[in-house]
Design a protein around this ligand. Structure first.
Ligand SMILES: CN(C)C(=N)NCCC[C@H](N)C(=O)O
Length: 288
């Protein structure tokens, strides 16, 4: 089992995460809170109330967990592809990719990583949604004082299952969208690289960026449902399940609700995933 795929996945994921977190915070708030008139309004209110630090709420935990999550994603993808096509990362560069195998391996990786990601993502979303300014004397503290306090509080208030709120929506979001993610990356990389040549840095950046945009466009409707399910239960429980969340969100806010955060998801997807694939490929070359 190629260990370097796991290591490269971890480091590249951390690089992408730091780059995209501020936009991710704005997106999560727009998807779950009906108090903003749009992206600019949310950015201004966040800055005024919480300063620039508000955009980085909930980032420390994903920086640690990305080690697990991204190495599981890239490691499972690469090893599933190895099983399906019996070719290593090096051999695959010399022959045309089998797109069916790539989609299936990406979907398996998406399914597996969604389960690892679920509790970390839930904690990130809960912390990102705390709009109180930093704790000061005389100002009421936030419900959660940090990632570990958040995990402990969820366990106490909602039980162990509380940590997996929204996990099904996450699995449904990531299984097909990650199949598409790797399919787009491999397809574009193959198309942009002349026969017999090594994949170039510009190719990695462009293919990674478009893989991010296409997969996030497809993933956004379930991303909205996932974020709402994850916030459900904090005050009271509003939804009876995934389907109920979809139906009542559409009834109350119209079908457009499923595209909330689409612009931000697409805007952050290009740089985040360009950097992720670029560092992943270069780290793999360096490690193997
Ligand atoms: C559509 N989805 C869920 C994905 N493409 N996921 C994989 C890329 C994740 C990357 N850290 C990002 O946040 O874009």
């Amino acid at each position: 089992m190629p260990v370097e795929e796991f290591v490269a996945g971890w480091i590249s994921g951390a690089a992408g995460l730091i780059l995209g977190h501020p936009l991710d915070t704005v997106k999560v708030r727009l998807q779950t809170q009906n108090v903003y008139r749009g992206i600019v309004d949310c950015v201004i209110k966040t800055y005024q109330r919480e300063s620039v630090l508000g955009f980085f709420k909930g980032m420390s935990f994903p920086i640690c967990s990305v080690a697990v999550v991204n190495s599981v994603l890239f490691g499972t993808y690469s090893n599933s592809l190895l099983l399906l096509s019996s070719t290593s990362h090096q051999d695959r560069k010399a022959q045309p990719p089998n797109y069916g195998h790539i989609f299936v391996a990406g979907s398996i990786a998406g399914f597996v990583q969604a389960y690892c990601l679920a509790p970390f993502d839930l904690i990130k979303v809960r912390l990102q949604n705390q709009t109180e300014p930093r704790a000061r004397p005389g100002v009421a503290p936030s419900h959660y004082r940090g990632p570990l306090h958040c995990a402990r509080t969820i366990l106490r208030e909602e039980g162990p299952r509380g940590l997996f709120r929204g996990a099904w929506a996450l699995v449904l979001r990531d299984t097909p969208s990650l199949g598409l993610y790797f399919l787009t990356y491999e397809g574009l990389s193959w198309w942009l690289t002349s026969d017999g040549k090594e994949r170039g840095s510009a190719t990695m950046l462009v293919a990674g960026g478009f893989a991010g945009i296409i997969s996030w466009v497809v993933a956004t409707p379930l991303d909205v449902v996932k974020a709402r399910m994850q916030m459900d239960g904090l005050k009271q429980q509003e939804y009876r399940g995934l389907l109920d969340c979809m139906v009542s969100s559409a009834r109350q806010e119209g079908p457009g609700v499923f595209f909330r955060g689409l612009t931000l998801n697409s805007a952050r997807a290009f740089p985040v995933n360009a950097v992720t694939f670029f560092s992943y490929e270069h780290l793999l070359r360096f490690l193997s």
